[in-house]
Design a protein around this ligand. Sequence first.
Ligand code: S3P
Length: 424
Amino acid sequence: MDIKKIKHLKGTLSVPGDKSISHRAVMFGALANGTTKISGFLKGADCLSTIQCFRQMGIDIEEDQSDLLVHGKGLHGLSAPDATLNAGNSGTTTRLISGILAGQDFSCTLTGDSSIQSRPMNRIMRPLLAMGGDITSLKGNGCAPLAIHGKPLHAIDYFSPVSSAQVKSCILLAGMYAEGTTSVTEPVLSRNHTEIMLQYFGANIACSHNTASISPEPHLEAREILVPGDISSAAYFIAAGLLTPNSEILLKNVGINPTRSGLLHVCKNMGADITLLNTNMEGEATADILIRTSSLHGTTISGEIIPSLIDEIPMIAVMAAFADGTTVIKDAQELRVKESDRISVVTENLRRMGADVIPTEDGMIINGGKPLHGAVIDSHLDHRIAMSFAVAGTICDGFLSINGGECVNISYPEFYHDLYFLSK
Ligand code: S3P
């Protein structure tokens, strides 16, 4: 994918629906009684993998223009798939579905692409085994493919070593099938879309500080879901709007759930001119985000804020390379087990552009403000790497090209179109 330089960005954009919320809407809709209507569903490859898995388990899902209709069959309505379930590139599909599958009365295997087959699944296997589940890594390496034999489960109180919404959600979903009340406590609260949406569907779920608990056998009722714009997709336009000269863009109806919106705080700390308009804090909070060209400076990002911006760090690192001064990113070792090792891949690609970046075990030190030039970027088929460096390519001097740039279809199929649409 070849990236052209952009002179300015102007106009209004609605980014596609939130990926995390879209996955959950399909999953919980399938386990609810009645038809769940989902508006603003993200039709990216990851969420399509979730749809395919539930279709294979007997759930009728209709695609209607921009809406999705999920004809749920209740908590015990799934049927055994006739073939291996394939989560594609999606960690959310793999880990959340595993929690559901652990409590079924059938067995199946679950796999994914080569990236998924190298990502750690022992983080969900351990708690599921502790609940009485039967889940095995078929290659014995703690990764997919996984064989899951549905079993009667019992509740646990789990203290997760990582702040991961995928781990938390997996356990809470298994908890719906377990005897007793299951709880998950994490070091820092990770994105809480599962808690908010399960409550909305009628589950008995309680949240206090970093702990969520769920009572078994909820009667989930179909609901109407309006998926807000994905702040992780908005991130690329926030960065592009801030870094491109003479720009002013308005991103409509973006999700700003506090467990997801750490990026906005970081941008403010870097000197960004960002205004939130039409803020609505009910349920999944939303706002319109107005972005104007700004002169950015370095900052330190560490500790409790990390889970709320974990997917935005590749974009933040690119912004930091264009900003004046030093940016230090710490406590982000989770980046090493995402779709790619994002610490290594961001470092490698920023260096190709002439940036001064030092990778550390749990983050990066970026000495910003060096003149950045075009380069051939390797996306490692990681959508967030491709989009972060596409933004870099619209600003730097010279020609930038991205190998594997089409992987943006995982979370944002129209990404390149939207980027150039705002530059007209
Ligand atoms: C997600 C949780 C995060 C995030 C991923 C989506 C989710 O992963 O990085 O893109 O939808 O629950 P972890 O739970 O591994 O932190």
